[in-house]
Design a protein around this ligand. Structure first.
Ligand code: SF4
Ligand code: SF4
Length: 225
């Protein structure tokens, strides 16, 4: 088995739901010596989705944050594994992949690595969508110079005629335009309207995950459609 396949197997053994390899050469100016991206997908457990249904956001967020901790652990272990092979690596953990919380943008978005790895696409909701788990996923990543068998990027939406998330959004923040990798995020979602609504909901101990829960592929994962 190749080193790349061994790495994939290792990351899956320690908890990743899916792993993909992507060409991200030149996309993150601070990491020009690390041209390959490893995308790590972690499914959000079904029990967490149940909390949303029950509007128990405290339990949902606690579960979600433990998934983020798990992603951090997997990414750092992956970094160590690669370094032990003699290559360089940098785990893009949440605290390292600086995020502008106002614009919800990071230096190298996890979604970019994920779509370029070919594991899924950006849904109408602007969330990353996988065929297996819909948008009920959390994403992590590692940058490296390790030679890897890179995936074929997905450059267009595979949402087809589905509009479930758009119809479910309580503040009409989702635009009719379907994603392709030539568009900006603002072309498919009004992020400011979404953010304002979420902040408002948060003040009342709630949240908004409608677009994630109503995704037809999330429902398929949950076995409710
Ligand atoms: S999180 Fe809520 S407000 Fe934001 S796009 Fe999704 S459904 Fe709309
Ligand atoms: S609900 Fe439908 S349109 Fe929205 S992200 Fe999921 S598959 Fe795409």
């Amino acid at each position: 088995m190749s080193e790349g396949n061994n790495l994939k197997e290792y990351l899956t053994e320690i908890g990743a739901s899916k792993v993909g390899f992507a060409d991200v050469d030149g996309l993150a100016s601070e990491f020009t010596d690390l041209p390959n991206g490893i995308s790590i997908v972690l499914k959000i457990p079904k029990r967490a989705m149940k909390y949303v249904e029950e509007e128990d956001y405290e339990s949902y967020w606690s579960c979600f944050h433990s998934q983020i901790d798990k992603l951090t652990e997997i990414s750092l272990k992956g970094e160590k594994y690669i370094k032990n092979l003699g290559y360089n690596a940098f785990a893009l953990t949440m605290d390292r992949n600086e995020c502008d919380m106002k614009k919800l943008l990071s230096i190298l978005p996890y979604k970019t690595i994920a779509t370029k790895s070919g594991m899924g696409w950006i849904g109408r909701s602007a969330l990353f969508v996988t065929p297996e788990y819909g948008s009920a996923v959390a994403l992590g990543g590692i940058l490296t110079d390790m030679p890897l068998e890179l995936g074929v990027p997905i450059t267009d939406s595979q949402c087809d005629d589905c509009e479930n998330c758009q119809n479910a959004c309580p503040v009409d923040a989702i635009n009719p335009q379907k994603w392709n990798d030539r568009l900006n995020r603002e072309d498919i979602i009004d992020i400011e309207t979404c953010r304002e609504y979420i902040v408002d909901q948060y003040k009342n101990g709630l949240g908004c995950t409608k677009c994630m829960c109503e995704c037809k592929l999330t429902k398929k994962y949950l076995g409710v459609e």
